[in-house]
Design a protein around this ligand. Structure first.
Ligand SMILES: [Zn+2]
Length: 379
């Protein structure tokens, strides 16, 4: 019976990422034991390294990697809005170049500790199939498609994990209602970008006499992306309707639309996750995303400390597990042995607070191993 013991570790255990300083026993791909202290048997000494759950990147557009830095000199709507530069770049890129750019971006995602991502994939049925064919296990691509024509919706829903709508103004209201109902009927996701750009958000309210958040609630979104300019009241409304938000602080910043109100999201207790958004703008590196989010939060709230850092870490790792129905759980006894091992070296030495230290300082080069069902897939 294959058995491995990892000792002298700081283990972020369970859904609350509680710290256990001790060892972890893997048997048949499952975490059999987590205990404080030292094991009786021979073990791999992690020398004070960290065991934490893998990242889940809750919002990407990975194929955009074919047009890196395309945003320079352009406003957010000029880049990703209707008929934006991004769409011309995707249309004009040769297939082999797009394939290569996507493949290396997915490899980078895995190499930086992410085992699943949720992608808003443009290009209808063809677009979804394109990403589906490139993704290789153990990485999981949750792919939300975008229909080009309403007639395409049934086929799109049959091959995708749901629908990712560019904006709640992209289609007439009745089409979106139909799309939402069709997605939910099949048990799939229906999601949209919401309140990313303040100017468009105001125009939406003027045209529809309600906010984008209100519209997202009416359309029963499974979750919404951005909420960059949502008010406290709107965040509370989303919470009351059990609609989580995916925050993308780096992409928002680089596209010049602001930063999400992470302090308000924390204050309201709304469920939230993190996404790295357009690969044209940001590498899909969740270490970088949470570290930037920490800076954004501390800029608005200098009282943010260990608890808040832990909440950010949980949002990037264990909180999305159930929504996305991931085949692993938190780092806990009886769960699959799927986790990251981080070396305690240079940047992670002498941490007076594990959560804030990891969120602020951990980098991909701290990754000593990625375990997937008890097997090391990257070391
Ligand atoms: Zn997006």
């Amino acid at each position: 019976m294959p058995r491995e013991i990892l000792s002298n570790a700081v283990i972020l255990e369970g859904e609350d990422l509680e710290i256990t300083r001790g060892y972890l026993v893997i048997e048949d791909g499952v975490i059999r034991e987590i205990s404080e202290g030292s094991p009786q048997k021979r073990a791999v000494n992690l020398n004070g390294g960290f065991i934490m759950p893998p990242f889940i990147n809750a919002h990407t557009h990975v194929v955009d990697a074919v047009a890196k830095e395309l945003y320079l000199g352009k406003s957010q709507p000029q880049v990703v809005g209707p008929r934006g530069a991004k769409f011309r770049a995707l249309e004009n890129s040769p297939l082999d170049r797009m394939t290569q750019a996507t493949r290396v971006t997915l490899q980078d995602m895995l190499a930086t500790g992410t085992l699943a991502h949720c992608d808003f994939r443009e290009g209808g049925v063809q677009g979804v199939n394109f990403l589906r064919e490139i993704t290789r296990p153990p990485l999981i691509s949750i792919i939300l498609g975008r229909f080009l024509k309403v007639e395409e919706m049934p086929e799109l829903l049959s091959i995708s994990d749901g629908l990712g709508i560019p904006s709640l103004d992209a289609f007439p209201k009745n089409v979106l209602e139909e799309a939402s109902a069709a997605a939910h009927k099949r048990g799939k996701f229906f999601s949209a970008h919401v309140a990313e750009n303040v100017r468009e958000m105001r125009a939406f309210r003027k045209k529809h006499h309600r906010s984008e958040a209100e519209q997202a609630i009416k359309l029963k979104c499974s979750f919404v992306v951005h909420a960059t300019h949502c008010s406290r009241a709107e965040l509370l409304d989303l919470k009351a309707n059990n609609i989580p938000v995916v925050l993308c602080p780096r992409a928002n910043s680089l596209l010049g639309v602001g930063v999400p109100p992470i302090d308000l999201v924390l204050e309201t207790g709304l469920e939230f996750f993190f996404g790295t958004d357009n690969a044209m703008v940001c590498q899909p590196d969740m270490f970088d995303e949470i570290s930037f989010a920490w800076r954004c939060l501390r800029r608005n709230d200098d009282a943010a400390g260990s608890d808040e850092a832990k909440t950010l870490l949980a949002a990037a790792t264990v909180r999305p597990l159930s929504l996305f129905k991931m085949p692993w759980g938190p780092v806990a006894e009886g769960e699959k042995a799927t986790f990251l091992v981080l070396a305690k070296k240079s940047n992670l030495l002498c941490l007076s607070d594990v959560y804030a230290g990891l969120v602020n300082r951990a980098r991909a080069d701290n990754l000593r191993a990625i375990y997937f069902n008890g097997k090391i897939i990257i070391s």
